[in-house]
Ligand binder design. Structure first.
Ligand code: SF4
Length: 680
């Protein structure tokens, strides 16, 4: 094959790249403008992974052994049919991923609701983006992470980044911020914070209070954009009633951020010609995540930023298809087109596209954490099918998740390598990876992209779409309901999304192949797409955005005498998510080969630890082992662990599965821990 212009397999920036066989090179594309990070540059090695699966595996006598596709498909279909017959449709659960293409996410939702009839489908985006999605929906009436193109940021005078570390997680993004003063809100002095004009380092779990303090300063200093608030928003008075009680000196006592710095942030934002407020996982992965993102949106609304050309609020989505992955029906509460599953009109529309009676569609199911926790329990699912996810490493309280998986009657995993979750399965299906198939993704700015096939998969490997068709037909579905060609699935997705918030009906593979930049909604084939949303009106019926009254609550698990420190988790430049991909790339593991724990030198010394020694970090849920990295800029009350590593080095052995009541997102970003020296 000649070279192919395509996109990176990893994060939501979806940098444009050129593939020549398995050789990766950059190409001009607006979000990366020729740049790639180290993960992108080395991603061709994934296509040459030495431990690539090329045949289905079936567990026999305790061992995973090669089997034919027919044998494995027959076995799984028989077991699923038996479980459904004996225990009802909800006895089978499906778990998807934010890295799956739009077509796979769509087909997975249809497979669960139509072929299995189960309500139990959710995905790992619940761990990643759901709080920002819920807050965006509440404030604006629709959730598109960035309602403007990334390139607009180049015109900003000031950008506030709350809980976002793009200098490490998506380095090519930083070129768009070159002209701006950065205000970075993060308890750690990250590589992004290093570039800030103002770094605000609140105590972990207190950034909602900090947002209230900055809003208070904006209003107290007479910087409220009153005409915007009056004309284009509602709910300010209720939100202000709470923010009025959070004057900066009070906020300083809770967050540790000096009142003068809060006022400086307010002043910088208010005096900027063009300004943006951007949030990411640091604000979201809390039991107060939706409220915290809401507090940052309130600040942006008070400054009149959203819906103004050259300014705005946006969320930096994490996973490659984090945006599209939450629009097409793999969420427990959702149907394609970003429709609610409990909306009768939505059920009617989608059922018509699927050719089934609306009353046959199940209702809302369990969210990801609740679904995993119910596995194998009374009334819980007895079988789980996992696509594009490695929950044994990525889910909170991960040993409990692993234990739950072991109680299942049937665990089926589709992956291209034997991930830590696949290694526990009863049946593993070897499926294609990014450059071996066509498919669309929707990047962090709501732009729909065609990730093109660049090379053939190894013999024995099939697409996820072919796998779903193989199972669906064995479960009695007509083959034409589960097409295996991505473009055919996309054409059906277009029809299913028509009239929904995320309307793709005017997008076609032909338009994407021609290079058109199409940001949803695209409601007709002659519609140019919507790169900038909200310029005239927000998506609520009255056209106004909503302030939401939110108050500081703090983390679910404060430190105490037994667990006196707080732990936070996150990513490093060289690794991605559970590490199932990046831990297989020698250039990346050469830089970051193993788990580490970042600690202030004084905290390490108090625990009898020195730089480079092995530590054990304990929480109420378990213990994990990591090498100590002494970092002078760390807060003495905080330790940081990357979550990319498996086994006894899993950061998620510690994390707290307590959920945000609105988004059902777990509190990955803060839990109480102790630190000590590991035994030799
Ligand atoms: Fe890939 Fe993201 Fe790196 Fe770009 S920034 S090369 S999309 S991992």
């Amino acid at each position: 094959m000649p070279h192919v212009d395509t996109h990176c397999p990893y994060c939501a920036l979806q940098c444009g790249m050129r593939l020549d066989g398995t050789s990766v090179g950059p190409r001009e594309f607006p979000v990366n403008a020729g740049g790639l990070c180290q993960k992108g540059w080395t991603s061709g090695a994934l296509l040459r992974a030495g431990d690539r699966l090329s045949t289905p595996l079936v567990r026999r006598g305790g061992q995973l052994r090669p089997a034919s596709w027919d044998e494995a498909l027959d076995l799984v279909a028989d077991r699923l049919a038996g479980l459904r017959r004996d225990h009802g449709a909800d006895a089978v659960a499906v778990f998807g991923g934010g890295g799956l293409t739009n077509e796979k996410a769509y087909q997975l939702g249809k497979f669960a609701r139509v072929a299995l009839g189960t309500s139990n489908i959710d995905y790992n985006g619940r761990f990643c983006m759901s709080s920002a999605a819920a807050a965006g929906l509440r404030a604006f009436g629709v959730d598109r992470g960035m309602p403007f193109p990334v390139t607009d940021l180049a015109g900003a005078d000031v950008v506030l980044l709350a809980g976002a570390n793009p200098a490490e997680t998506m380095p090519p993004f930083m070129q768009h911020l070159r002209g701006a003063d950065l205000i970075v809100v993060d308890p750690r002095r990250t590589p992004t914070a290093e570039q800030a004009s103002l770094h605000l380092a609140p105590a972990p779990g207190t950034d909602l209070a900090l947002a209230l303090g900055i809003l208070h300063a904006v209003v107290a200093e007479g910087q409220l954009e009153k005409s915007f608030v009056d004309l284009r928003t509602g709910g300010f008075d209720e939100a202000w009633r709470i923010a009025a009680t959070w004057w900066p000196e009070r906020v300083e006592r809770v967050t540790g951020v000096a009142a003068a710095d809060q006022r400086r942030a307010a002043e910088l934002l208010a005096q900027a010609g063009n300004a943006y407020v951007l949030t990411a996982r640091g604000t979201e992965q809390h039991t107060t995540g939706t409220a915290t993102v809401g507090a940052w949106i309130n600040l942006a609304l008070a400054l009149g930023l959203p819906g103004r050309a050259g300014s705005g609020y946006g969320c930096l989505t994490g996973q490659g298809n984090g945006q599209g992955g939450r629009e097409h029906g793999q969420k427990a509460d959702q149907l394609p087109g970003y429709r609610r599953i409990d909306d009768p009109a939505a059920r009617e529309h989608v059922a018509r596209v699927w050719g089934v009676p609306p009353e046959s569609l199940p209702g809302p199911g369990r969210s990801a954490t609740e679904l995993l926790d119910a596995l194998g329990q009374d009334e819980g699912p007895k079988a789980l099918l996992v696509f594009g996810s490695n929950v044994v490493v990525s889910a909170p309280r991960s040993q409990r998740v692993q234990d739950r998986l072991s109680t299942l009657d049937l665990l089926v995993v589709a992956d291209f390598v034997l991930s830590e979750t696949a290694a526990l399965a009863d049946v593993v299906f070897p499926v294609t990876q990014w450059a071996e198939e066509d498919g669309t993704l929707t990047n962090l700015e709501g732009r729909i992209l065609l990730r093109r096939k660049a090379l053939d998969p190894p013999p024995g490997v099939r697409t996820d779409l072919a796998l779903l068709c193989g199972l669906a037909t064995r479960l009695g579905q007509p083959a034409e309901r589960f097409p295996t060609v991505a473009e055919t699935v996309f054409d059906e997705l277009r029809a299913a999304s028509k009239g929904g918030a995320a309307d793709y009906s005017g997008v076609s593979y032909a338009r994407l192949r021609s290079g058109e930049a199409l940001h949803w909604p695209v409601p007709a084939e002659d519609h140019a797409g919507t790169p900038r949303m909200f310029l005239d009106r927000f998506a609520h019926p009255d056209g106004r955005a909503r302030f939401v009254a939110v108050d500081h609550g703090g983390p679910a698990e404060p430190p105490d005498a037994e667990f006196p420190l707080q732990a936070t988790t996150g990513r490093v430049l060289q690794h991605y998510q559970s590490g199932a991909q990046t831990r297989r790339i020698a250039e990346l593991t050469a830089v970051v080969p193993e788990a580490f724990v970042e600690v202030h030198p004084d905290t390490a010394a108090r625990s009898g630890l020195a730089d480079g020694e092995r530590a054990v970090v304990r929480s109420r849920r378990g213990e994990t082992f990591a090498k100590v990295r002494c970092v002078a800029s760390m807060r003495p009350d905080l330790v940081f662990l990357p979550f990319h590593f498996p086994g006894s080095a899993r950061a998620n052995l510690l994390t707290n599965p307590a959920l945000d009541p609105v988004s059902r997102m777990p509190e990955f970003k803060v839990c109480a821990v102790s630190l000590s020296k590991a035994d030799a």
